[in-house]
Write a protein that binds this ligand. Structure first.
Ligand code: AVI
Length: 312
């Protein structure tokens, strides 16, 4: 971890309600575990969005009303699995565009680029590793229209205020007429949502415990993974899935390289993630509070998920 994030982590672990930001899930190992989650049958989010981008690529393209060439800039591209169908459609129609996948994981970007080269050799790919906004700033200085993709319900991992800040930053770095296609997981039967996060195979638990493995490795800490459990629950009123690590006993953990000691009471929680589920009206309110116009909600057939198209 970069030294700049150490105070944030220590502050979180020493807070009254301990917390670690879910952005720390995604080291190379965490990104790999997330790929496993996305293959789980009960993790419906991936299939729902895949269906939208597979079956409605033509409608999405039509709704853009862009002159060519244009850029498709994907923020947090990951393995690009879902986006592939949209890209494939556009390439098959000989539409002239550049695909700019951005991710913080070098490994994810390297894998995605080589896969695209093999499967869609005609596609113009300009991969970028690093900070979204530096790259967005550069892109908005170009004169071609930009479609930003922020898929996979990534926005659901932000608290309301942070989601607004992030969307405002997107807005600021877009030109009038640029568009944002943004994925939201929708409120639905709470049982369906619970199953997606409390998986039977313990993969989501492993995903959370990887935060401790990461601190053991990067801070020479002595977290014992067997002394922690995973808990999560969905509140259908707020739409919040909240995930936690649970200390199974009173214990002390030492983070050697930064010389910090953290004490845990038995059953004390570390809050690790928010995964917010939205109603369509909440999405429209969010768009307009930032200044975007909602163009279209592209829903899957079960109405579990939407990729919503917003315009600046
Ligand atoms: C990346 N993000 C949208 C996932 C989600 O559903 O909140 C991360 C995840 N956490 C547990 N399972 C998947």
């Amino acid at each position: 971890m970069e030294t700049t994030v150490i105070p944030e982590i220590i502050q979180g672990l020493k807070a009254e309600q301990k917390h670690i930001s879910s952005k720390f899930f995604y080291d190379d190992i965490g990104s790999r575990i997330f790929q496993e989650i996305m293959q789980l049958q009960d993790y419906y989010l991936t299939d729902s969005e895949f269906e939208i981008l597979s079956l409605q690529a033509a409608q999405i393209h039509k709704a853009l009303q862009f002159s060519e060439p244009f850029n498709i800039i994907e923020l947090g591209a990951g393995d690009g699995f879902k986006t592939f169908k949209l890209l494939e459609y556009l390439v098959s129609k000989e539409i002239h565009f550049n695909y700019v996948p951005i991710d913080i994981s070098q490994e994810a970007i390297t894998m995605l680029t080589s896969k695209l080269k093999e499967r869609l050799p005609e596609l113009e790919v300009k991969p970028q590793v690093g900070d979204y906004f530096e790259i967005l700033k550069k892109m908005s200085a170009e004169t071609v229209p930009n479609l930003l993709l922020f898929l996979g319900s990534n926005i659901g991992n932000y608290l309301k205020k942070d989601a607004l800040d992030l969307l405002q930053l997107f807005y600021k770095n877009m030109n009038p007429g640029d568009k944002l296609l943004i994925g939201f997981d929708l409120k639905k039967n709470p049982v369906t949502i619970n199953k997606a996060y409390y998986d039977d195979y313990g993969i989501t638990k492993r995903f959370n415990l990887n935060l401790l493995t990461r601190m053991n490795r990067e801070f020479d800490a002595d977290f014992k993974l067997d002394d922690f459990d995973f808990y999560c629950h969905y509140d259908p009123i707020t739409g919040h899935v909240k995930s936690y690590l649970v200390s199974l006993k009173a214990q002390t953990v030492y983070l050697k390289t930064i010389d910090e000691t953290i004490t845990f009471k038995q059953n004390e929680l570390i809050w690790t993630e928010l995964s917010k589920k939205y109603a369509l009206t909440e999405i429209e309110d969010l768009a307009s509070s930032v200044g975007f116009k909602t163009d279209t909600h592209f829903l899957d057939c079960k109405h579990y998920f939407t990729d919503s198209l917003w315009e600046k």
